[in-house]
Design a protein around this ligand. Structure first.
Ligand code: NAD
Ligand code: WQD
Length: 340
């Protein structure tokens, strides 16, 4: 069975992907510097899968340290999650974002080429579709007009990988553009564990529901949508994990040099609908107020899912109620996140 290297595998999406890779029978090697995750996640992964995965505490920006992973393991494929992802923070410290996200990716792909790990999956984002209002976003939709440095790192890395693929005839690359990943593993043992006050909707609602935060501010109810609040395509993180397994299988069985897939459900949920769904899951009201719009938000974003369905065989299995109930289970079992 082949071995998949997962840089950033201690993080939110990475850890759920590791579970799905293990379920599908892959060997997994994890690299993380714990910048935005905790060592406890490795114990939780062991509880869920019954396996202790080889782990390296390494910053992917340190190429020579990262090389040891390739020296000590025969890596067949890589799923690269190791990046910084907070949109607001990327505006305050743009150079840190460009340095970390680009250097981490360039080092990993360069070593992948050197050690002939020639299947490479990259965590891209719907953010590359920028401020366009032409929904649903298809893989052919225009790119660019990103609203923040974080988004530009995704856009740039997509281009870097396309350029690299031309120079290396053996390398096959899959760009996965995630929509809004939410929810947690059904065990409640792993989930999203942001540092400090969350920026994203679901972690914020969870903390209000759990009583750690007082109230949610809904960012604007005057958008041109049925209830006036923004619409997003929330996708369960376990579905996202299976999407990565499908991507590895796709690269194994196709000769395409670069493939691109949206990973979403194709269904939009408004902020007000998300709050109502979470209230149903937790059994009580979520204290919320309407506030001003958040700069940079677009009214509606959701995925065209036909290509991922037809070519990758990917279809999301979980709905918004599953996303809310798993989030709530994770929140109640880990009110302060993971220890450590
Ligand atoms: P996360 O922060 O939970 O996971 C990223 C992991 O990478 C963390 O454990 C962090 O410690 C690690 N990391 C960061 N820089 C590193 C480096 N230089 N060396 C080693 N490890 C490093 O984030 P996530 O939500 O799991 O996202 C994973 C990837 O998916 C990111 O690249 C993110 O940009 C992308 N993505 C996330 C979302 C989202 O909404 N969560 C949406 C689209 C794309
Ligand atoms: C969702 C909706 C907010 C918080 C972000 C990144 C994107 C991608 C996914 C990585 C919006 C509203 C939020 C709150 C609110 N990440 N909201 N009150 O902005 O769609 O996407 O995560 O690639 O690049 O930008 O997600 O969860 O922040 O917001 O009303 O306290 O919830 O306005 O409409 P977003 P989000």
């Amino acid at each position: 069975m082949s071995t998949v290297l997962v840089p950033g595998g201690a993080g939110y999406i990475g850890s759920h992907t590791v579970v799905e890779l293990a379920k599908a029978g892959y060997d997994v090697v994890i690299v993380d510097n714990f910048y935005n995750s905790k060592p406890e996640v490795l114990n939780r992964l062991e509880k869920i899968t019954g396996r202790r995965f080889p782990f390296y505490e390494i910053d992917c920006c340190d190429k020579e340290k990262l090389r040891t992973v390739f020296e000590e393991n025969k890596i067949d494929a890589i799923i690269h999650f190791a990046g910084l992802k907070a949109v607001g923070e990327s505006v305050s410290i743009p150079l840190t974002y460009y340095r970390n996200n680009l250097t981490s990716l360039i080092n990993t792909v360069e070593l992948a080429g050197e050690y002939k790990a020639d299947k490479f999956v990259f965590s891209s984002s719907a953010t590359v579709y920028g401020m366009s209002e032409d929904v649903p976003f298809t893989e052919e939709s225009p790119l660019g007009m990103c609203t923040n440095p974080y988004g530009w790192t995704k856009w740039m890395i997509e281009q870097i990988l396309r350029d690299y693929s031309v120079s290396n005839p053996d390398m096959k690359i899959c760009l996965l553009r995630y929509f809004n990943p939410v929810g947690a593993h059904e065990s409640g043992l792993i989930g999203e564990d942001p540092r400090g006050i969350p920026n994203n909707l679901f972690p914020y609602i969870s903390k209000v529901a759990g009583g750690t935060l007082e109230k949610l501010t809904v960012f604007g109810d005057d958008y041109d949508t049925p209830d006036g609040t923004c619409i997003r395509d929330y996708i369960h993180v376990t579905d996202l994990g299976s999407g990565h397994v499908k991507a590895i299988e796709y690269l194994d069985s196709h000769d395409e040099k670069v493939c691109v897939f949206n990973l979403g459900t194709g269904r939009g949920t408004s902020v007000k609908e998300a709050v109502a769904a979470f209230e149903k899951a937790c059994g009580h009201e979520i204290n919320h107020v309407i506030g001003p719009r958040r700069p940079g938000d677009i009214a509606v974003s959701y995925a065209a899912t036909d290509k991922a369905f037809k070519e990758l065989g990917f279809k999301a299995q979980y709905d918004i109620d599953d996303m809310c109930s798993s989030c709530w289970k994770w929140q109640t079992m880990n009110p302060d996140g993971l220890p450590g």
